[in-house]
Design a binder for this molecule. Structure first.
Ligand code: ZN
Length: 184
């Protein structure tokens, strides 16, 4: 996206976004603002502006905060790609973005919920991390399952001591936790 937008960009585009979004209940306390027009294959809202196609969530962040710093991505705390509620958007690096995408299961198996992931084999390292998340976070089981391409039943089995009983330690999954802290 080009730097230093015009005043018109911030004002008129802001009106355009507002006029074409609907409020829906999402996973956060405040409602998601969902773009009702063109949605990209990645699930993001897209708006035409000055001959360019702009991603709506990026435009929304810029309208409220100014140009996106070089090399940064705008990520969703609500896990809702077409949402442009600025309260649900935060800046992250490309690395954060990949972590975010993998955690949401949109990278290798786009659109497939955790329980349908074909790869349900966990490594001990992953189990150590899952045990940490179960003990120290409020991340939903389905989200944890999605992060590790596991079935939600596999995570429940770990949670209730029906599998991996010999693994008694936990390991804090650093990069993922950073993203989750912003989400929950
Ligand atoms: Zn949202």
């Amino acid at each position: 996206m080009e730097r230093g937008h015009s005043l018109e960009y911030y004002e008129t585009l802001g009106d355009k976004l507002h006029a074409n979004c609907v409020e829906v209940n999402g996973p956060l306390h405040s409602k998601c603002l969902i773009w009702t027009r063109v949605i990209t294959s990645s699930g993001y809202g897209q708006v035409r502006w000055g001959g360019n196609r702009i991603l709506v969530h990026r435009a929304s962040w810029e309208i409220h905060n100014g140009p996106i710093p070089e090399g940064m991505c705008v990520l969703h705390s609500c896990d809702n790609p077409p949402c442009c509620n600025v309260d649900h958007l935060f800046l992250g690096t490309q690395g954060d973005n990949m972590t975010d995408m993998v955690m949401k299961g949109r990278h290798e198996y786009p659109g497939m919920p955790g329980e349908d992931h074909p790869n349900a084999t966990l490594t001990e390292r992953q189990v150590l991390e899952i045990k940490w998340l179960l003990a120290n976070s409020s991340v939903p089981t389905t989200r944890i399952a999605g992060r590790y391409n596991a079935t939600k039943h596999a995570v429940y089995d770990i949670k209730y001591g029906r599998s991996w009983v010999h693994v008694t330690e936990t390991i804090k999954p650093e990069p993922v936790k950073a993203a989750m802290d912003r989400r929950f």
